[in-house]
Ligand binder design. Structure first.
Ligand code: HEM
Length: 411
């Protein structure tokens, strides 16, 4: 990979090509050290933005809903476009009381108790997929094993019929720009917008069905919910279904895929997992820190603020780089080392504060189920070809991973 420019001002963190041309961790090391409150200069008609890479700064902004708002978007795509059409309606881009009320409705559907049945299905399904990978001998871990686990989980929760899940998976990948036909950022953005609209239209129909005939699923819970004395409007239900699909599919999938190279490159850690020396619970947290599938989230400063002595003006976009915070050497001992037993491990992968990931329990369940299935069923994992990575400014991970899996003899 080419070296980073001497002048960090040449870097554009909004351009996905930056993460194809450079090792992201090299970028984060330099930024944490030389420009922890980095001004990403305006480019191609887009405004500039701040990028925070130190753990303490990232966490402080996540927690500070007084000074920073999510209502002008919470990812670079929408922040740079000047806003998100779902503001005040979709959980992630709603602030204040409305956010809290809506979140309370959803939290009931996402409590560990409510998810017990889904969690059981996830475990069984994950073991089946790992067995299928073992049967193949050499498989593409992304396509043959991990591909459908998260989409099936969220679809179970939302009540999406089996026959529609492949379509939703394809649309979700395109919407998040990880599976576009095009290398051109503008074309990719166009494709992604069309996919988003298709997802919304899809849920329009499903929400209408559930309104007419509620069942035992999250969509039915939402259509029957009352927030602030009024029912949640059908459009708002649609936006929140969209956000659950978008938020819950790719992040979990990329983490499951990313654990394979992490474990195979660290045989001591793989051995410690297999022998039971480290718990699955602590391994889940380290894998989340290590993979950091959601690279950034963002906010808009609502008043003039100061971060590390740097003045940030009201209205400025402030991006929080989880992938950089999670390797901050001032917080994590041997931050560049995979240590499945790491404690404490307060990684920033699920964010912090009022918007802390709603699906964290579900995500952890899925990642834990995959670690357990690999631990119990697989003896060796040998990567047989260079993994294909996705190149995005939002998601980090692998889209194709050829791996030879050898079964544990006790199976
Ligand atoms: C919020 C990461 C899995 C649904 C977030 C945020 C992060 C995150 C960092 C905070 C966004 C912000 O502050 O602007 C992840 C990661 C996951 C994961 C790394 C898996 C490894 C899931 C799953 C679901 C989900 C499985 C649902 C099925 C959501 C929702 C929000 C959210 C609805 C918005 C919460 C709010 O604004 O109150 N996620 N997520 N996520 N996540 Fe996740």
């Amino acid at each position: 990979m080419p070296e980073l420019p001497r002048d960090l001002g040449e870097l554009d963190l909004a351009d996905p090509r930056t993460f194809r041309e450079h090792d992201q961790y090299e970028i984060w090391r330099r930024l944490r050290r030389e420009a922890p409150v980095f001004w990403n200069a305006p480019r191609g008609g887009n405004s500039g933005f701040w990028a925070l890479t130190k753990y303490d700064d990232v966490v402080a902004v996540y927690k500070d809903a007084e000074n920073y708002s999510s209502e002008r978007g919470n990812v670079l795509t929408t922040l740079l476009a000047g806003g998100d059409s779902a503001v005040g309606r979709m959980l992630a881009v709603t602030d204040g009381k409305r956010h809290q009320d809506l979140r309370n409705v959803l939290l009931k559907a996402f409590s560990p108790r409510a998810l017990a049945y889904v969690a059981e299905r996830v475990r069984a399904n994950t073991r089946d997929r790992v067995r299928a990978g073992l049967d193949l001998g050499t498989c593409d871990f992304a396509a043959d094993v991990a591909e459908k686990i998260p989409i099936n989980t969220i679809s179970d929760l939302l009540g999406v019929p089996d026959g529609d899940r492949d379509l939703l998976l394809r649309l979700t990948k395109t919407a998040l720009s990880s599976d576009t036909e095009s290398d051109d950022p503008e074309e990719a953005a166009e494709e992604s917008l069309m996919a988003r609209n298709e997802i919304l239209l899809y849920f329009d129909d499903l929400v209408a069905e559930r309104r007419a005939k509620p069942r035992e699923d999250v969509i039915s819970t939402l259509v029957q919910a009352v927030v602030d004395g009024r029912p949640v409007s059908p459009d708002d239900v649609v936006f929140n279904c969209y956000s659950l699909i978008i938020g819950g599919d790719e992040t979990s999938r990329l983490t499951m895929i990313g654990m394979v190279p992490a474990l195979s490159a660290n045989p001591d850690q793989w051995a410690a997992l297999k022998s039971g020396e480290v718990s699955v619970q602590s391994a889940v947290e380290e894998i989340l820190r290590w993979v950091s599938p959601a690279m950034h989230f963002g906010r808009t400063a609502v008043r003039d603020v100061t971060v590390r002595g740097q003045e940030i003006a009201a209205g400025d976009i402030v991006t929080l780089w989880n992938s950089a915070a999670n390797r901050d050497e001032d917080v994590f001992t041997d931050a560049e080392r995979l240590d499945l037993a790491r404690t404490p491990n307060r990684h920033a992968s699920f964010g912090y504060g009022p918007h802390f990931c709603l699906g964290a329990y579900l995500g952890r369940t899925e990642i834990g189920a995959m670690l357990e299935a690999l631990r119990d069923l697989v003896d060796e994992m040998h990567i047989t070809a260079e993994p294909e990575r996705l190149h995005s400014n939002l998601l980090s991970g692998i889209t194709s991973l050829q791996v030879k899996l050898t079964p544990r003899s006790s199976n």
